[in-house]
Design a protein around this ligand. Structure first.
Ligand code: ATP
Ligand code: MG
Ligand code: MG
Length: 608
């Protein structure tokens, strides 16, 4: 399916393509070097978008939306999407996050490679960029703003600066440093750069309008002093650009055409445009500049999408790491059994709009089911096992007989073929598929008993899925009254797929696995991590669901262990019939005798 960007963003792209806004642009190769900017050959990519994560944590569901939007728009228009690490903040960024981001973008099915290397036909360029590679250019841009009277070094204290900014009702007050001459400002900026001022002693501010109704235009800070070692540039710099200054420059240097941001950046757009206009005027950048467009961020009920909050969950031990299958990180969702197709479908269905809102968590699971149902192989499993003994087995079939049963690997895909397993004297069935005294409407296994009307009732008949009809005759229990074994008799000539299959009508069908061949398995069943519908407003402890993980020990169909992996050797999700979609946990140790499954989601409707 072709992923479609939201209508208003598509309209903006269509409009630019029609007008030829970016048609005369030239692609100069290395964006870090401002001198080359725009000096190369005509740009073969019709549009350029970018996904600009800050490598300070693992990506989450919200980022999937942005990845999908940026990459699929570029793909759809034959353009290119840059993967840009927005690593201008020296304090929080780590290589570990860079690696995990690259990995997960690729996993989602997106590629930043594009065959557009100027002068090298057939070559492919991987458009992965690091904002910190542009520090030299950014500093040059800062000096230009100072020299042209558009920026000044402010040495007010942070408290004074805050007080003088004003608020929504009150215009700001000019800093006493605002009227310094460009020459003085340049000397002060260089002093900042050369380490002659202490951290926090001064900031460089754009000189715009302290009375602007948009507070973001009241002389925003664009450079600060921070003695911190940067993962890329080491100790070369002790001043670092602010995000609002760095981001438009990054977009411009990479010749991004359409810069998609979430709505919180709407008020920053006037500064984005102001800055790029100044730098274009000064000849540092080529026209036309990129444009910023805002869309509503993805919010999903019962889900938190904030790296800061997710970090808290990990650090406070509420979950077992960033890739805990309950986490909305892409690493967690992958381990949970979500597939790239399912996540892309979810992003597409959730749409792109200008107004925020909450998407129901059920839509996420719905997308997963819709993607997995046609393709996931099926198997039988028993999560909470109790023994079922067919007491007449030996007299019907002979001692030790095993009856081979067949089932489709996937009922929607006959070509996928059949799976085979065997029925014998003893099987595992779900504990909840038996009741010593049946409740009203209960259709599964129950023994002969006296009904509510005082009359004797027969033991119930059910079909063992893909096998025979059996009739319950009794049960055994321990001293505590816990059922230890269910007893039943097989009804001959009722095997599924044989002419006699319909000779005995039953109302219940249950899952089972042969006790002689079942593989023991651990099942981890997950519920929403947050009870709160719109989490993130209160203390984590008050919003968390204390029962988000349930561990069960049971059995899976024989032969499954050999088939757990896809052709790419990644674990693939299975549908355990009636129980849901499961995937082998990729972190649990593998052995021939034990396997751990995560439940990705339940089924919308199981068979009864
Ligand atoms: P967080 O608040 O979790 O730290 P962020 O926006 O600060 O998120 P970045 O690494 O800066 O994280 O995000 C990279 C891109 O992903 C940005 O363009 C941002 O707008 C986008 N993004 C982040 N969260 C969402 C979301 N919930 N919906 C849509 N886009 C998002
Ligand atoms: Mg950010
Ligand atoms: Mg953030």
């Amino acid at each position: 399916s072709t992923a479609r960007a939201g209508n208003f963003l598509r309209a903006a792209i269509d409009d630019d393509l029609q007008k030829g806004t970016y048609a005369h642009r030239r692609w100069g190769g290395s964006p870090g070097d401002g001198a080359h900017h725009g000096a190369g050959v005509p740009d073969p990519a019709r549009i350029r978008t970018r996904f600009p994560p800050e490598p300070n944590g693992y990506l989450h569901l919200g980022h999937a939306k942005s990845i999908w939007l940026n990459f699929s728009s570029a793909q759809e228009y034959g353009g290119v999407c840059h993967l840009r690490f927005d690593d201008t903040n020296p304090e929080k960024e780590e290589q570990e996050y860079v690696d995990s981001i690259r990995d997960v973008v690729r996993w989602l099915g997106y590629d930043s490679r594009f065959a557009d290397v100027p002068g090298q036909p057939g070559a492919v360029q991987d458009h992965v960029y690091y904002a910190s590679d542009y520090f030299d250019f950014m500093y040059r841009a800062a000096e230009y703003l100072v020299e042209s009277g558009h920026a000044y070094v402010d040495e007010q204290t942070p408290d004074e600066m805050r007080a003088n900014r004003g608020d929504f009702n009150t215009p700001g007050t000019d800093s006493p440093f605002r009227s310094r001459s460009p020459a003085d400002n340049l000397a002060r900026l260089r002093a900042m750069r050369d380490g002659q001022l202490a951290d926090g002693a001064a900031v460089l501010r754009a000189k715009i309008d302290m009375a602007s109704p948009n507070i973001n235009l009241r002389d925003p800070a664009i450079y600060r002093i921070r003695r911190a070692t940067h993962h890329n540039t080491g100790d070369k710099w002790c001043i670092y650009p602010m995000y609002t200054f760095a981001h438009p420059i990054e977009d411009a240097l990479e010749q991004i055409t359409h810069s998609f941001c979430t709505l919180e950046f709407e008020d920053q757009r006037p500064f984005y445009d102001w800055l790029l206009e100044r730098l274009t005027e000064g000849g540092l950048l080529h026209s036309p500049p990129p444009r910023q467009y805002e869309f509503a961020r993805l919010n999903v009920t019962h889900v938190i999408t904030s790296k800061r909050r997710l970090r808290q969950l990990v650090e406070q031990g509420h979950v077992d790491g960033w890739d805990d299958p309950r986490m909305p990180t892409l690493a967690g969702l992958r381990r949970r059994g979500y597939t790239p197709d399912a996540l892309r479908l979810f992003c597409e269905r959730s749409g792109v709009s200008k107004s925020g809102g909450w998407i129901d968590y059920a839509a996420l699971e719905g997308a997963l089911r819709d993607v997995l149902d046609p393709v996931a192989p099926r198997a039988l499993a028993v999560l909470d096992p109790v023994r079922l003994e067919l007491t007449n087995w030996d007299s019907v079939f002979g001692l030790g007989h095993l009856e081979v049963c067949h089932a489709p690997l996937n009922p929607h895909d006959p070509e996928a073929g059949q799976r085979a397993f065997t029925l014998g004297r003893e099987s595992w069935v779900e504990r909840e598929d038996f009741m010593a005294v049946p409740g009203k409407g209960y259709r599964r296994l129950y023994p002969p008993h006296t009904g509510g009307d005082g009359q004797p009732k027969e033991g119930n008949k059910v079909r063992l899925k893909y096998g025979y009809v059996v009739q319950c005759t009794g049960f055994e229990q321990d001293a505590d009254g816990r059922v230890t074994k269910v007893l039943a008799e097989i009804i001959p000539d009722t095997k599924s797929g044989t002419p006699g299959a319909d000779s005995v009508k039953v109302k219940g069908v249950i899952g089972w696995v042969g006790a002689h061949e079942a593989t023991p398995a651990e099942f981890r069943l997950y519920e929403r991590l947050f009870r709160a519908e719109h989490p993130g407003q209160a203390e984590l402890e008050d919003e968390l669901n204390p029962d988000s993980l349930q561990v069960m020990h049971g059995y899976v169909e024989a032969g499954l262990l050999q088939n757990l992996y896809s052709e790419e050797h990644a674990p693939q999700p299975w549908q355990f019939e009636r129980l849901g979609y499961f995937i082998r946990d990729c972190n649990a140790p593998v052995s021939d005798t034990q396997v751990v499954f995560n439940r990705a989601s339940g089924l919308k409707d199981g068979w009864k």
